[in-house]
Design a protein around this ligand. Structure first.
Ligand SMILES: Cc1cc2nc3c(=O)[nH]c(=O)nc-3n(C[C@H](O)[C@H](O)[C@H](O)COP(=O)(O)OP(=O)(O)OC[C@H]3O[C@@H](n4cnc5c(N)ncnc54)[C@H](O)[C@@H]3O)c2cc1C
Length: 194
């Protein structure tokens, strides 16, 4: 799951438009620029590893971030103080793929077809490609031809299978926390697939 806050940057702050990822023993941090001079700070972990009082304790959120190196340096340089952050939000962040892209008159594409772990940075490319494929499938269906539709569904699911292999390799490449439950659950073992 993800816990995250979104911050408005002060007018005179110029942030490098780069995404920052930092692994820690209990998961990984993610900082990304958003439209309209906002920045998202997220922490990705398993729900059972999150401290229960985090929801109401911004000092704990600030303390967790202060134990990072790259993320905490960037927060400082951007003038962001997590202890006074208004709200911490929580969202499911698992990799979830619909087993059927086609459901009667619905053809799924993008995030509606598959929610991908942000570590893979594959959401936009998948959304653009699958959006075009879904449109071509719909055009075919109007001419009573489902060839494009069937090919799209097969290629999409093959792409997700290959993405899961890459995702496993990314997690397995982190070797610093062999005893930490978050990494032990991922290293070497196959990822939980839904
Ligand atoms: C903070 C953040 C950082 C990200 N960084 C990356 C990255 O670096 N690389 C990457 O590849 N991906 C990234 N992603 C993921 C990527 O943005 C998504 O995977 C991608 O945008 C999905 O595209 P989509 O068209 O399926 O859905 P969306 O982009 O969510 O588009 C759906 C649209 O439908 C509209 N909508 C919803 N309901 C209705 C309705 N009932 N009627 C009409 N319109 C409706 C929504 O307003 C929205 O505009 C990031 C996501 C977030 C949140």
């Amino acid at each position: 799951m993800a816990c995250y806050s979104i911050f408005d940057l002060e007018g005179d702050v110029e942030a490098v438009p780069a995404t920052l990822v930092e692994a820690v023993a209990t998961g990984w941090w993610y900082m990304s620029m958003m439209p309209r001079d906002r920045i998202l700070l997220g922490f990705f972990t398993d729900s059972d590893l999150l401290p229960a009082r985090l929801r109401n304790d911004m000092n704990l959120w600030a303390d967790m971030a202060s134990q990072t190196s790259a993320v905490s340096a960037r927060l400082t340089s951007l003038g962001i103080d997590l202890a006074v952050c208004a709200q911490l939000q929580f969202a499911p962040a698992s990799t979830v793929t619909m087993s059927k892209l086609i459901d009667h008159r619905i053809v799924r594409a993008g995030d509606a077809a598959s929610a991908l772990d942000p570590l893979g940075a594959n959401g936009l490319a998948t959304a653009l490609w699958s959006g075009i494929q879904a449109a071509e499938s719909a055009t075919g269906l109007l001419a009573q031809d489902d060839t494009a539709l069937r090919q799209y569904e097969r290629q999409f699911l093959e792409g997700i299978a290959s993405y899961l292999v890459t995702q496993s390799a990314i997690y397995a490449s982190e070797h610093r926390f062999p005893d930490a439950p978050f990494w032990r659950r991922r290293n070497g073992a196959s990822l939980e697939r839904i």
